[in-house]
Design a protein around this ligand. Structure first.
Ligand code: SF4
Length: 403
């Protein structure tokens, strides 16, 4: 995709930017439905791998969930189909208004059936041309991403269970930050860059060196960055988890809060960005401090708090379970709350619940939402599920005293 799209002469003057997101898991970790073009790796009935193609998602001032325009696209057709989408966007996308120049507006104005027809017709003419990917090319690119040389294990889960039973702090960290890997005996370690009261996504050079050392010593030198502003070590042996947890703790990187209320996504706003209305980093720090106790965070469970400093929404507030948008009112910092956003495969855009809160009151408001959930939840229900069951009225009443 990069080789095809970089400096593509036909697309030098597209109406606006185009963002691709690609996910290979049913548990979407790339927010594919809120990108211009989302690709989800799937298998068809015969077991052949290909892509579901989703078009027209986005956040910013007009948040929209993308529409599936093709349920299954064979791998060999990926570039020609993407080219067909961009040709249609190039031809019909609006250039008269920069706020309406994105693919999502084209999908909205044309409607997704008409867009699908236009793309399919365009694709029909080019699908068997130079962009059809030969199996040799797919294999050549695939070689760059070959699986590392895993050791064979006879299932060492009992060892991990024993370590977790012995050490409560390790167990709490492992509950949130370690997920199974499909290779037996290996796990994926998420390194939280959200210490209590810290700046979301920040790491010092010393911490980066520590992570690099761990990646070199214990795995295959592979470190990923997640869109939730954390780091990922994708191939860690179960047998090494306890030692790695200790090394991460030495580097102050062993916060066990992945997916919890303190794992906040926040854009950098006023510190770095001239478009910001207000500061989101101090807000995220205050929320983090209010919910500092790990037991309390675990009790609340999965809760995505996403904060953006302006309507451009780089903090993905539209898809936070609790979204916070900083706004400036005559020099005062206020925060608008949305509830019910969801970045996962059943993506939803959060809804505004009422008037903006003064910035000093926003932590109380977040706590009110969490307390309302704790009071109302059914057994095993996550906050987003309680919200969807009750709709926003109960939460609005708790926040504003009126539904
Ligand atoms: S969302 Fe707005 S304030 Fe935040 S980084 Fe983007 S442009 Fe800047």
């Amino acid at each position: 995709m990069r080789q095809w799209s970089t400096l593509h002469p036909k697309f030098s003057f597209l109406p606006q930017e185009v963002k691709f997101a690609i996910s290979s898991s049913p548990q979407d970790r790339a927010a594919v439905q809120v990108h211009d073009i989302g690709l989800v790796l799937k298998h068809d009935a015969s077991g052949t791998a290909g892509f579901e193609v989703i078009v027209g998602g986005g956040q910013g001032r007009t948040p929209m969930i993308g529409k599936t325009i093709r349920g299954f696209l064979p791998k060999k057709d990926l570039l020609s189909y993407a080219e067909a989408i961009l040709r249609i966007y190039n031809r019909f996308g609006r250039r008269d208004n920069k706020y309406k120049a994105r693919i999502k507006i084209l999908v909205h104005e044309l409607d997704s059936d008409a867009l699908t027809d236009a793309v399919e017709r365009e694709w029909y003419d080019i699908r068997d041309g130079a962009l059809r990917l030969p199996a040799t090319d797919i294999a050549r690119i695939g070689d760059y991403f070959a699986a590392p040389a895993f050791e064979a294990f006879e299932g060492d889960e009992p060892l991990l269970a024993e370590l977790r039973a012995k050490d409560r702090a390790f167990d709490l960290w492992a509950q949130r930050n370690v997920v199974p890997r499909r290779s037996p005996g290996y796990a994926i370690v998420n390194i939280s860059l959200k210490p209590i009261g810290g700046v979301p996504g920040d790491a010092t050079t010393a911490q980066m060196d520590s992570v690099a050392d761990i990646a070199e010593q214990f795995e295959f030198g592979d470190i990923r960055v997640s869109h939730t502003q954390n780091l990922v070590l994708p191939h860690i042996r179960h047998a090494d988890l306890y030692e790695i947890w200790g090394l991460l703790a030495d580097a102050e990187l062993a916060t066990g809060n992945i997916g919890l209320v303190t794992d906040i996504i926040a854009c950098p706003v006023l510190d770095f960005c001239s478009l910001a209305n207000a500061r989101s980093i101090p807000i995220s720090q205050r929320i983090s401090e209010r919910f500092a106790t790990l037991e309390r965070q675990h009790d609340i469970g999965e809760l995505a708090v996403n904060i953006s400093g302006c309507i451009n929404a780089f903090g993905h507030h539209h898809v936070g379970h609790i979204g916070i948008l900083s706004v400036d009112r005559k020099g005062e910092e206020y925060c608008q709350i949305t509830l019910g956003g969801n970045p996962e495969s059943d993506t939803s855009i959060g809804k505004f619940v009422g008037p903006a809160f003064w910035s000093a009151d926003i932590v109380n408001a977040v706590e009110t939402v969490a307390d309302t959930y704790l009071n109302e939840r059914h057994s095993g229900e996550r906050l987003i599920e309680t919200y969807n069951r009750l709709s926003k009225a109960s939460f609005k009443e708790a926040l504003y005293g009126t539904a």
